[in-house]
Design a protein around this ligand. Sequence first.
Ligand code: ZN
Length: 61
Amino acid sequence: MNEKACSTCHLIATGNVCPKCKTPTLSDDFSGLVIIFNPESSAIAKVMNIKEKGHYALKVR
Ligand SMILES: [Zn+2]
C-alpha cells in the first residue's frame, strides 16, 4: 500500500487526491502517525486543527 499524507490537512490517503479537502498535493515524505478517534476530546486534534476522526501524519514535507 502506497500511503501518502495531505500537505494541507495531514490526512493519510492512498490515492492522488485528498478525500477530505480535495488537495491534489499528497506527499509520501511524511513522519509520525496520529490516529484520532475523538476529535472533540483530543488535545492533538485541537493543535492540528482536526475535526474529523482518522489517520493523520504529524509532519508533512
Ligand atoms: Zn487534505
